[in-house]
Design a protein around this ligand. Structure first.
Ligand SMILES: *[C@@H]1O[C@H](CO)[C@@H](O)[C@H](O)[C@H]1NC(C)=O
Ligand SMILES: *[C@@H]1O[C@H](CO)[C@@H](O)[C@H](O)[C@H]1NC(C)=O
Ligand SMILES: *[C@@H]1O[C@H](CO)[C@@H](O)[C@H](O)[C@H]1NC(C)=O
Ligand SMILES: *[C@@H]1O[C@H](CO)[C@@H](O)[C@H](O)[C@H]1NC(C)=O
Ligand SMILES: *[C@@H]1O[C@H](CO)[C@@H](O)[C@H](O)[C@H]1NC(C)=O
Length: 386
């Protein structure tokens, strides 16, 4: 606008100047000048338009730029906002969740408190029951003690009764008659003990004092063991010298020696006054009485001999020990051992001279070398003496 107004002012000034002069030449001159001016104006106008258009484009461009910038700014802000919103939403969801959780926790806490309170009741109930149990236990204990006292009293009575009964226990197998088995007998001043009674071989009432049958028990033993006895009463055993002495000291006993060889033949030797002395006499074989039988009187030489074991040589052989020589223990004299019931057990019939006298032999039947399969020594009170 300022360009148009300055051109117009210049034109007014020219008109005033030229009117004062008045010449055609001058008028032509002016006319040229006007043309020139018009051309100039035209040019200026074009430039002005160009400028305007330029300005507009510049202005449009910047506007677009600003708008674009704003748009991006706005969209940025929008996305930021929506992100914020999303975050806020998530936060609120989480808040809700945690609220819910804390609600549950509170509920749980409350119910827990309630349970605790209720539990208290249970406990006191439990305590009551426990106290009841304690009382019951105390009562039972008292009863138990009473029962125990009664039991002890009963046991004492039973013992007294047993002791009384024991006095009536038999002193041999005779009262058991035709029974075969283990029975308790009792001798005066002694504890009762078991003995095998055997009615299978020679009638009833026999008390077994020695048995050999399978070699399961070692008979090569010392004095102490022969005194006390050893082995198994239902298998191989020796009753014991002390018992033999105490039994035969009471009354007159008969002795039955039952023998069987490996061919299954059976023989016997019977003596009617079997008696064993005390330990002071080294369990001397005091008497045998009369012999009777089918095996031969192989024990005849043992009468009045002391008992000898490997560790206690009481035989009449000066040079050595018959017990060691015959791997045994017996009422040896000077080693002419015609019988050896406690000798080494051979599971088969032996005829070797190397085992001479060492096995279970009965000389008057099978000589010094042939061993026997089965031996059983039994005693029984002579009926008249009971
Ligand atoms: C400037 O913008 C106006 C209005 O939007 C338009 O009519 C004109 O043609 C534009 N000019 C240029 C140079 O872009
Ligand atoms: C609340 O108690 C319920 C039921 O006893 C259980 O399943 C849940 O895990 C507990 N919640 C919490 C937060 O302890
Ligand atoms: C007799 O033999 C037994 C068993 O082997 C043993 O314990 C004991 O000491 C022996 N006694 C003597 C006096 O040698
Ligand atoms: C039996 O032997 C003893 C010695 O042990 C003797 O005192 C008693 O007279 C004998 N009895 C008979 C009937 O021979
Ligand atoms: C019996 O044997 C013991 C021990 O070997 C011995 O001390 C004692 O003198 C013997 N007695 C007789 C009578 O042989």
């Amino acid at each position: 606008m300022s360009t148009y107004s300055s051109i117009f002012k210049y034109y007014i000034w020219l008109c005033i100047v030229l009117g004062g002069r008045g010449a055609i030449a001058e008028r032509n001159e002016v006319k040229v000048r006007i043309d020139q001016l018009e051309e100039l104006i035209q040019t200026n106008n074009e430039g002005l338009l160009q400028l305007e258009s330029n300005w507009n484009s510049v202005r449009n461009r910047s506007t677009a730029q600003i708008e674009a910038h704003c748009d991006s700014y706005i969209s940025e802000q929008k996305s930021w906002l929506s992100a914020c919103e999303a975050k806020a939403k998530a936060a609120s969801v989480r808040l809700k969740e945690s609220e819910d959780r804390s609600g549950i926790l509170l509920q749980n806490l409350t119910s827990c408190r309630i349970n605790l309170a209720g539990g208290g009741q249970d406990q006191s109930e439990l305590q009551l029951r426990l106290q009841e149990r304690d009382r019951e236990i105390l009562e039972l204990r008292a009863q138990n003690e009473e029962n125990l006292l009664n039991l002890r009293a009963a046991q004492l009575k039973l013992k007294a009764y047993d002791a009384e009964l024991e006095e009536y226990l038999p002193q041999s197998c005779l009262p058991f008659g035709s029974a075969t088995g283990l029975y308790r007998i009792k001798l005066p001043g002694q504890d009762p003990f078991y003995v095998p009674c055997d009615a299978r071989f020679a009638g009833s009432g026999w008390l077994v004092i020695q048995r050999r049958m399978d070699g399961s028990v070692d008979f090569y033993r010392n004095w102490t063991e022969y005194r006390a006895g050893f082995g198994s009463l239902s298998g191989e055993f020796f009753l014991g010298l002390e018992k033999l002495h105490r039994l035969t000291a009471l009354r007159r006993f008969e002795l039955f020696v039952y023998l069987e060889d490996f061919e299954g033949e059976v023989r016997y030797a019977h003596y009617d006054n079997f008696s064993v002395g005390s330990e002071e006499s080294f369990y001397q074989l005091q008497s045998l009485g009369e012999y009777e039988g089918t095996a031969g009187n192989s024990m005849a030489l043992n009468v009045l001999q002391r008992f000898s074991t490997a560790d206690k040589d009481n035989d009449t052989w000066q040079e050595g020990s018959c017990a060691r020589r015959y791997h045994s223990a017996w009422w040896y004299a000077s080693c002419s051992a015609f019988c050896n019931p406690n000798g080494k057990y051979f599971k088969r019939r032996q005829l070797s001279t190397s085992t001479r006298g060492k096995g279970i032999i009965w000389h008057q039947w099978h000589g010094f070398e042939e061993t026997l399969k089965f031996v059983q020594l039994m005693i029984r009170p002579i009926s008249a003496s009971v």
